[in-house]
Design a binder for this molecule. Sequence first.
Ligand code: SAM
Length: 348
Amino acid sequence: MNHKNASPLPTENGLIDLFSRPISYLRLSLTDRCNLRCMYCVTEEEASGCLAKLSHGDLLTYEELLHVVRVAVAMGIGKVRLTGGEPLVRRHVMRFIGELTRIPGLDDIRITTNGVLLEQFGPQLQAAGVTKVNISLDSLRAERVAAITGVDCFDRVWRGVETVLALGFSPVKLNMVAMRHINDDEIVDFARLSQRLPVQVRFIEFMPIGQSSRWTADTFIGTDEIMARISALGDLFPLEKGRHDGPAKVYRLGEDAVGTLGFISPISHHFCSRCNRLRLTSAGTLRSCLLHDAEVDLRAVLRRDPSDEAIRQALLAAIRNKPQGHQLEERLRQSGGDCHGRMSRIGG
Ligand code: SAM
């Protein structure tokens, strides 16, 4: 191993892991529950009704979550994303978000949502100061959205998109997981959307994750091919990234587009060497790599010893576990297997 540091350390520049990567971004999965049944998140049996859910006591309470975030921010975390399951279905979520925004030193709070409840919650999110939103939308066709998500929800999601745009949220990112034979014929329609709306349309490579994923090598479509298809519409101009822009490569399609395009390539051009993330799953475990199953049971720690120091040590243990790279290609070659975490618990 090519360690520069003997152990991960909070330094004056924040948390640095064993491979010298700054860790500054925490993703919180607030619940594994969701109001949709997306084909890549649930198995066919679950889609027809019986989704295994965590019990209320398995989730970290809002007080526990706030405690963890306070300690993490004191150690150098500067950005938090709320995800799930669907974060907006957890009861009293706005009260929690209000408390979160009052944590000193936490200047960047974002949310990833399926958008179904965004028309309702958009104004409250804005009032709380959360105006950076990612909305997952894999198709612009109502019937196809229903087929992918198991719910006839396109109109509600689109009203959510219009609501946050009208309120002036920025950035508004639309996440499209590109899947061959499922929605890849809409890649150019999504790209065109960025020419008329002030959104960032992001094309995400389909990942082989979770027992319930419908991933096959055949459904996978890589960023190079996605970009080639979009290039047929016009020139792609690369854009500079901001500090918290994450792993997307960002472009503008043509000179006059109001929005942008982002390409996220966890499989074809993985960005592990720049990964700054730590995840807290809805089961209360800390996971340092989306595509690697090693986790630290923070819930057990918290319920044994809810002290700042115990949380701090658990965060450091999780960061110590962070692999240098996800090595997914090798695992797929060896076993055809995927990683076992469920996206609905991990939160993407
Ligand atoms: N319910 C919220 C939502 O829909 O955005 C948050 C949770 S969802 C699990 C987070 C993101 O993970 C979504 O954008 C979803 O499309 C993406 N996702 C889930 N499974 C995926 C997979 N196998 N490959 C790539 N992205 C995936």
